[in-house]
Ligand binder design. Structure first.
Ligand code: SF4
Length: 370
Protein backbone atom coordinates (compact mmCIF):
# COMPACT_ATOMS: atom_id res chain seq x y z
CA UNK A 1 0.00 0.00 0.00
CA UNK A 2 2.53 2.63 -1.08
CA UNK A 3 1.22 6.16 -1.31
CA UNK A 4 0.22 7.08 -4.89
CA UNK A 5 0.82 10.62 -6.22
CA UNK A 6 -1.51 13.01 -4.45
CA UNK A 7 -4.18 15.16 -5.97
CA UNK A 8 -2.68 18.64 -5.39
CA UNK A 9 -6.12 20.18 -4.88
CA UNK A 10 -6.80 18.42 -1.59
CA UNK A 11 -4.77 20.77 0.58
CA UNK A 12 -6.97 23.78 -0.02
CA UNK A 13 -6.27 25.91 3.01
CA UNK A 14 -8.22 28.99 1.98
CA UNK A 15 -10.34 30.36 4.78
CA UNK A 16 -13.45 30.13 2.57
CA UNK A 17 -13.24 26.35 2.57
CA UNK A 18 -12.45 26.24 6.29
CA UNK A 19 -15.33 27.87 8.12
CA UNK A 20 -14.88 28.20 11.90
CA UNK A 21 -15.59 25.13 14.04
CA UNK A 22 -19.14 25.19 15.33
CA UNK A 23 -20.52 23.58 18.46
CA UNK A 24 -23.99 25.09 18.34
CA UNK A 25 -25.66 23.12 15.55
CA UNK A 26 -29.40 22.87 16.21
CA UNK A 27 -31.19 19.57 15.81
CA UNK A 28 -33.17 21.07 12.92
CA UNK A 29 -29.99 22.10 11.11
CA UNK A 30 -28.54 18.62 11.52
CA UNK A 31 -31.75 16.99 10.36
CA UNK A 32 -31.71 19.29 7.33
CA UNK A 33 -28.25 17.94 6.43
CA UNK A 34 -29.54 14.37 6.72
CA UNK A 35 -32.44 15.31 4.42
CA UNK A 36 -30.26 16.68 1.59
CA UNK A 37 -30.33 14.82 -1.72
CA UNK A 38 -27.71 12.07 -1.37
CA UNK A 39 -25.38 13.48 -4.02
CA UNK A 40 -25.52 16.98 -2.56
CA UNK A 41 -24.78 15.64 0.91
CA UNK A 42 -21.78 13.65 -0.29
CA UNK A 43 -20.48 16.56 -2.34
CA UNK A 44 -20.64 18.84 0.68
CA UNK A 45 -18.97 16.24 2.90
CA UNK A 46 -16.21 15.81 0.31
CA UNK A 47 -15.59 19.55 0.20
CA UNK A 48 -15.17 19.65 3.97
CA UNK A 49 -13.02 16.53 3.95
CA UNK A 50 -10.70 17.83 1.25
CA UNK A 51 -10.28 21.15 3.05
CA UNK A 52 -8.91 19.44 6.16
CA UNK A 53 -7.43 16.11 5.18
CA UNK A 54 -5.69 14.25 2.43
CA UNK A 55 -8.86 12.48 1.20
CA UNK A 56 -6.89 9.41 0.15
CA UNK A 57 -5.24 8.85 3.53
CA UNK A 58 -6.91 6.61 6.08
CA UNK A 59 -5.74 6.38 9.67
CA UNK A 60 -5.32 2.74 10.63
CA UNK A 61 -5.84 1.47 14.17
CA UNK A 62 -5.71 -2.02 15.59
CA UNK A 63 -7.93 -3.01 18.49
CA UNK A 64 -7.12 -5.69 21.02
CA UNK A 65 -9.39 -6.92 23.78
CA UNK A 66 -7.15 -6.99 26.86
CA UNK A 67 -9.89 -8.24 29.17
CA UNK A 68 -12.89 -9.99 27.69
CA UNK A 69 -16.40 -10.72 28.96
CA UNK A 70 -18.28 -10.73 32.30
CA UNK A 71 -18.87 -6.97 32.18
CA UNK A 72 -21.34 -5.81 34.86
CA UNK A 73 -22.92 -3.26 32.50
CA UNK A 74 -26.05 -4.16 30.53
CA UNK A 75 -25.42 -2.54 27.11
CA UNK A 76 -27.98 -4.38 24.99
CA UNK A 77 -25.76 -4.66 21.92
CA UNK A 78 -22.74 -6.07 23.68
CA UNK A 79 -21.69 -9.74 23.76
CA UNK A 80 -19.34 -8.95 26.65
CA UNK A 81 -22.12 -8.00 29.05
CA UNK A 82 -22.50 -10.50 31.88
CA UNK A 83 -26.28 -9.96 31.63
CA UNK A 84 -26.60 -11.99 28.41
CA UNK A 85 -25.61 -15.48 27.45
CA UNK A 86 -23.67 -15.15 24.20
CA UNK A 87 -21.35 -18.09 24.74
CA UNK A 88 -18.38 -15.73 24.94
CA UNK A 89 -15.46 -17.02 27.00
CA UNK A 90 -14.40 -14.88 29.94
CA UNK A 91 -10.75 -13.93 30.14
CA UNK A 92 -8.59 -12.28 32.75
CA UNK A 93 -6.52 -9.20 32.00
CA UNK A 94 -3.93 -10.18 29.40
CA UNK A 95 -0.30 -10.22 30.42
CA UNK A 96 1.69 -7.16 29.44
CA UNK A 97 4.15 -9.19 27.32
CA UNK A 98 1.29 -10.63 25.22
CA UNK A 99 -0.18 -7.20 24.63
CA UNK A 100 3.20 -5.78 23.58
CA UNK A 101 3.70 -8.73 21.23
CA UNK A 102 0.33 -7.99 19.57
CA UNK A 103 1.14 -4.30 19.36
CA UNK A 104 4.43 -5.06 17.63
CA UNK A 105 2.61 -7.28 15.10
CA UNK A 106 0.01 -4.55 14.52
CA UNK A 107 2.74 -2.01 13.80
CA UNK A 108 4.40 -4.38 11.35
CA UNK A 109 1.01 -4.81 9.61
CA UNK A 110 0.76 -1.03 9.12
CA UNK A 111 -1.19 0.22 12.14
CA UNK A 112 -0.31 3.64 13.55
CA UNK A 113 -2.48 3.38 16.66
CA UNK A 114 -2.97 0.50 19.05
CA UNK A 115 -6.27 0.45 20.93
CA UNK A 116 -6.76 -1.69 24.00
CA UNK A 117 -10.22 -2.48 25.37
CA UNK A 118 -11.25 -3.95 28.71
CA UNK A 119 -14.81 -4.98 29.62
CA UNK A 120 -15.01 -3.10 32.90
CA UNK A 121 -17.50 -0.70 34.44
CA UNK A 122 -14.40 1.26 35.47
CA UNK A 123 -10.83 0.19 36.23
CA UNK A 124 -9.87 -0.92 39.76
CA UNK A 125 -6.68 0.37 41.35
CA UNK A 126 -4.77 -2.90 40.80
CA UNK A 127 -5.81 -2.95 37.14
CA UNK A 128 -4.90 0.66 36.59
CA UNK A 129 -1.31 0.02 37.62
CA UNK A 130 -1.03 -2.80 35.07
CA UNK A 131 -2.66 -0.95 32.19
CA UNK A 132 -0.50 2.11 32.85
CA UNK A 133 2.57 -0.09 32.43
CA UNK A 134 1.05 -1.56 29.26
CA UNK A 135 0.55 1.92 27.81
CA UNK A 136 4.17 2.83 28.47
CA UNK A 137 5.50 -0.28 26.75
CA UNK A 138 3.19 -0.01 23.71
CA UNK A 139 4.04 3.67 23.32
CA UNK A 140 7.74 2.81 23.42
CA UNK A 141 7.20 0.85 20.17
CA UNK A 142 6.41 4.15 18.45
CA UNK A 143 2.65 3.60 18.26
CA UNK A 144 -0.10 5.97 19.32
CA UNK A 145 -2.01 4.49 22.22
CA UNK A 146 -5.73 4.35 22.95
CA UNK A 147 -7.68 2.63 25.70
CA UNK A 148 -11.30 1.96 26.51
CA UNK A 149 -11.72 0.84 30.11
CA UNK A 150 -15.18 2.13 31.04
CA UNK A 151 -15.77 5.15 33.23
CA UNK A 152 -12.74 7.01 34.60
CA UNK A 153 -12.51 9.84 37.11
CA UNK A 154 -10.11 12.76 36.70
CA UNK A 155 -7.42 11.16 38.81
CA UNK A 156 -7.52 7.90 36.83
CA UNK A 157 -7.51 9.83 33.55
CA UNK A 158 -4.47 11.83 34.67
CA UNK A 159 -2.58 8.68 35.60
CA UNK A 160 -3.29 7.19 32.20
CA UNK A 161 -2.19 10.40 30.50
CA UNK A 162 1.03 10.43 32.53
CA UNK A 163 1.67 6.83 31.45
CA UNK A 164 1.61 8.06 27.85
CA UNK A 165 -1.97 7.34 26.77
CA UNK A 166 -2.83 9.48 23.75
CA UNK A 167 -6.54 8.71 23.30
CA UNK A 168 -9.31 7.49 25.55
CA UNK A 169 -12.38 5.94 23.93
CA UNK A 170 -15.78 6.28 25.54
CA UNK A 171 -18.78 6.27 23.23
CA UNK A 172 -22.06 8.09 23.77
CA UNK A 173 -23.72 5.21 21.89
CA UNK A 174 -26.99 6.94 20.93
CA UNK A 175 -29.16 9.98 21.61
CA UNK A 176 -29.98 11.02 25.20
CA UNK A 177 -33.63 10.27 24.42
CA UNK A 178 -33.05 6.69 23.22
CA UNK A 179 -30.26 5.89 25.66
CA UNK A 180 -32.52 4.36 28.34
CA UNK A 181 -33.64 1.70 25.81
CA UNK A 182 -30.05 0.52 25.42
CA UNK A 183 -28.30 0.84 28.80
CA UNK A 184 -29.67 1.13 32.31
CA UNK A 185 -26.54 0.63 34.43
CA UNK A 186 -24.91 4.01 33.75
CA UNK A 187 -26.33 7.33 32.71
CA UNK A 188 -25.71 9.59 29.76
CA UNK A 189 -24.37 12.15 32.22
CA UNK A 190 -21.87 9.54 33.51
CA UNK A 191 -20.58 9.18 29.97
CA UNK A 192 -20.23 12.91 29.46
CA UNK A 193 -18.41 13.15 32.79
CA UNK A 194 -15.86 10.56 31.68
CA UNK A 195 -15.28 12.45 28.44
CA UNK A 196 -14.79 15.66 30.40
CA UNK A 197 -12.32 13.92 32.73
CA UNK A 198 -10.34 12.65 29.74
CA UNK A 199 -10.14 16.20 28.37
CA UNK A 200 -9.13 17.62 31.70
CA UNK A 201 -6.27 15.11 31.83
CA UNK A 202 -5.05 16.43 28.46
CA UNK A 203 -5.80 13.31 26.42
CA UNK A 204 -7.50 13.17 23.07
CA UNK A 205 -11.10 12.03 22.98
CA UNK A 206 -12.43 9.17 20.90
CA UNK A 207 -16.22 9.10 21.08
CA UNK A 208 -18.99 8.12 18.75
CA UNK A 209 -21.97 5.83 18.63
CA UNK A 210 -23.71 2.82 17.22
CA UNK A 211 -26.35 3.02 14.52
CA UNK A 212 -28.94 0.42 13.60
CA UNK A 213 -30.13 -0.29 17.16
CA UNK A 214 -33.75 0.49 16.29
CA UNK A 215 -33.31 4.21 16.89
CA UNK A 216 -35.32 6.81 14.96
CA UNK A 217 -33.60 9.05 12.39
CA UNK A 218 -33.97 11.94 14.89
CA UNK A 219 -31.88 9.95 17.41
CA UNK A 220 -29.00 9.78 14.93
CA UNK A 221 -29.13 13.54 14.51
CA UNK A 222 -29.35 13.97 18.30
CA UNK A 223 -26.32 11.71 18.87
CA UNK A 224 -24.26 13.77 16.43
CA UNK A 225 -25.50 16.94 18.10
CA UNK A 226 -24.17 15.68 21.44
CA UNK A 227 -20.78 14.94 19.89
CA UNK A 228 -20.58 18.30 18.15
CA UNK A 229 -21.36 20.11 21.42
CA UNK A 230 -18.14 18.78 22.92
CA UNK A 231 -15.47 21.48 22.93
CA UNK A 232 -13.16 20.74 21.23
CA UNK A 233 -14.81 18.13 19.03
CA UNK A 234 -13.60 14.57 19.71
CA UNK A 235 -10.44 13.97 17.68
CA UNK A 236 -11.78 10.57 16.75
CA UNK A 237 -15.45 9.78 16.05
CA UNK A 238 -16.21 6.09 15.56
CA UNK A 239 -19.49 5.49 13.76
CA UNK A 240 -20.43 1.85 14.30
CA UNK A 241 -23.03 -0.23 12.52
CA UNK A 242 -24.64 -2.61 14.99
CA UNK A 243 -23.26 -6.14 14.81
CA UNK A 244 -26.21 -8.31 15.81
CA UNK A 245 -24.78 -10.91 18.16
CA UNK A 246 -26.99 -13.92 19.00
CA UNK A 247 -27.86 -13.96 22.69
CA UNK A 248 -27.97 -10.16 23.04
CA UNK A 249 -31.33 -8.35 23.17
CA UNK A 250 -30.42 -6.75 19.82
CA UNK A 251 -29.99 -9.97 17.87
CA UNK A 252 -33.22 -9.56 15.89
CA UNK A 253 -33.38 -5.81 15.46
CA UNK A 254 -34.29 -4.68 11.94
CA UNK A 255 -31.37 -4.03 9.54
CA UNK A 256 -30.45 -0.44 8.89
CA UNK A 257 -30.39 0.80 5.30
CA UNK A 258 -26.67 1.11 4.41
CA UNK A 259 -27.36 4.40 2.60
CA UNK A 260 -28.72 5.86 5.84
CA UNK A 261 -25.46 4.79 7.48
CA UNK A 262 -23.48 6.59 4.75
CA UNK A 263 -25.57 9.70 5.34
CA UNK A 264 -24.62 9.62 9.02
CA UNK A 265 -20.91 9.42 8.11
CA UNK A 266 -21.28 12.39 5.75
CA UNK A 267 -23.13 14.48 8.35
CA UNK A 268 -20.50 13.63 10.99
CA UNK A 269 -17.80 14.78 8.55
CA UNK A 270 -19.57 18.10 7.92
CA UNK A 271 -20.23 18.75 11.62
CA UNK A 272 -16.74 17.82 12.85
CA UNK A 273 -14.43 18.83 10.00
CA UNK A 274 -11.12 18.17 11.74
CA UNK A 275 -12.07 14.90 13.46
CA UNK A 276 -11.11 11.51 12.18
CA UNK A 277 -14.42 9.81 11.43
CA UNK A 278 -13.93 6.12 11.92
CA UNK A 279 -15.73 3.47 9.94
CA UNK A 280 -15.82 1.11 12.84
CA UNK A 281 -17.67 -2.04 13.98
CA UNK A 282 -19.95 -3.56 11.38
CA UNK A 283 -17.48 -3.12 8.51
CA UNK A 284 -17.31 -6.88 7.97
CA UNK A 285 -20.98 -6.90 7.02
CA UNK A 286 -20.44 -4.13 4.45
CA UNK A 287 -19.60 -4.86 0.87
CA UNK A 288 -16.75 -2.99 -0.83
CA UNK A 289 -19.09 -0.50 -2.49
CA UNK A 290 -20.58 0.54 0.84
CA UNK A 291 -17.12 0.95 2.34
CA UNK A 292 -16.01 2.96 -0.70
CA UNK A 293 -19.05 5.22 -0.26
CA UNK A 294 -18.17 5.65 3.41
CA UNK A 295 -14.67 6.85 2.46
CA UNK A 296 -16.21 9.15 -0.13
CA UNK A 297 -18.53 10.52 2.56
CA UNK A 298 -15.54 11.44 4.70
CA UNK A 299 -14.67 8.39 6.80
CA UNK A 300 -10.90 8.44 7.23
CA UNK A 301 -10.09 5.92 9.92
CA UNK A 302 -10.62 2.18 10.26
CA UNK A 303 -9.82 -0.69 12.53
CA UNK A 304 -7.51 -3.07 10.81
CA UNK A 305 -6.85 -6.57 12.01
CA UNK A 306 -8.58 -9.87 12.45
CA UNK A 307 -10.80 -9.17 15.41
CA UNK A 308 -12.59 -6.10 16.68
CA UNK A 309 -12.83 -6.81 20.40
CA UNK A 310 -15.08 -9.83 20.08
CA UNK A 311 -16.80 -9.42 16.74
CA UNK A 312 -15.21 -10.07 13.36
CA UNK A 313 -13.36 -7.51 11.27
CA UNK A 314 -12.33 -7.92 7.62
CA UNK A 315 -9.03 -9.65 7.22
CA UNK A 316 -5.93 -7.57 6.76
CA UNK A 317 -5.38 -8.86 3.21
CA UNK A 318 -8.89 -7.90 2.15
CA UNK A 319 -8.34 -4.42 3.53
CA UNK A 320 -5.06 -4.09 1.69
CA UNK A 321 -6.76 -5.11 -1.55
CA UNK A 322 -9.54 -2.59 -1.00
CA UNK A 323 -7.04 0.20 -0.27
CA UNK A 324 -5.23 -0.66 -3.51
CA UNK A 325 -8.45 -0.64 -5.52
CA UNK A 326 -9.45 2.75 -4.13
CA UNK A 327 -5.97 4.30 -4.23
CA UNK A 328 -6.01 4.82 -0.47
CA UNK A 329 -2.96 4.77 1.76
CA UNK A 330 -2.45 4.60 5.52
CA UNK A 331 -2.04 7.94 7.24
CA UNK A 332 1.43 8.23 8.82
CA UNK A 333 1.79 8.75 12.57
CA UNK A 334 2.24 12.35 13.59
CA UNK A 335 5.14 12.01 16.04
CA UNK A 336 4.51 15.37 17.69
CA UNK A 337 0.73 15.16 17.75
CA UNK A 338 0.26 15.05 21.50
CA UNK A 339 3.18 17.19 22.52
CA UNK A 340 2.27 19.87 20.00
CA UNK A 341 -0.58 21.16 22.19
CA UNK A 342 0.46 24.49 23.64
CA UNK A 343 -0.20 25.61 27.21
CA UNK A 344 -2.76 28.06 25.85
CA UNK A 345 -4.59 25.32 24.01
CA UNK A 346 -4.60 23.18 27.14
CA UNK A 347 -5.94 26.07 29.22
CA UNK A 348 -8.68 26.61 26.63
CA UNK A 349 -9.63 22.94 26.85
CA UNK A 350 -9.81 23.08 30.66
CA UNK A 351 -12.05 26.15 30.49
CA UNK A 352 -14.27 24.60 27.81
CA UNK A 353 -14.52 21.51 29.99
CA UNK A 354 -15.76 23.53 32.98
CA UNK A 355 -18.38 25.29 30.84
CA UNK A 356 -19.47 22.01 29.25
CA UNK A 357 -19.90 20.37 32.65
CA UNK A 358 -22.10 23.23 33.86
CA UNK A 359 -24.23 23.02 30.75
CA UNK A 360 -24.56 19.25 30.97
CA UNK A 361 -25.62 19.41 34.59
CA UNK A 362 -28.50 21.61 33.53
CA UNK A 363 -29.52 19.59 30.49
CA UNK A 364 -29.12 15.93 31.24
CA UNK A 365 -31.44 13.69 33.08
CA UNK A 366 -30.75 10.37 34.72
CA UNK A 367 -31.70 7.81 32.06
CA UNK A 368 -31.62 4.93 34.55
CA UNK A 369 -35.12 3.67 35.19
CA UNK A 370 -36.25 3.12 38.75
S1 SF4 B 1 -20.12 -2.03 25.82
FE1 SF4 B 1 -18.45 -1.95 27.32
S2 SF4 B 1 -19.49 -1.32 29.20
FE2 SF4 B 1 -21.10 -2.06 27.84
S3 SF4 B 1 -21.33 -4.24 28.37
FE3 SF4 B 1 -19.88 -4.11 26.68
S4 SF4 B 1 -17.87 -4.09 27.63
FE4 SF4 B 1 -19.36 -3.58 29.22
Amino acid sequence: MSAPPRDPTWADSSSASRPPMRHDWSLEEIEALFALPFNDLLFRAQQVHKAHFDPNAVQVSTLLSIKTGACPEDCKYCPQSGHYNTGLGKEKLLEIEKVVEQARAAKEAGASRFCMGAAWRSPQEKDLRVVAEMVGQVKALGLETCMTLGMVDVDQAKRLAEAGLDYYNHNLDTSPEYYGEIITTRTYADRLDTLANVREAGMKVCSGGILGMGEAPRDRAALLQQLVRLEPHPESVPINMLVKVPGTPMENVEDMDPLEFIRAIAVARILMPKSHVRLSAGREQMDESTQALAFLAGANSIFYGDTLLTTGNPQVERDRALFDKLGLHPEPIDPNARDARSDDEQAEITLAHAIQRQRDDALFYDATPG
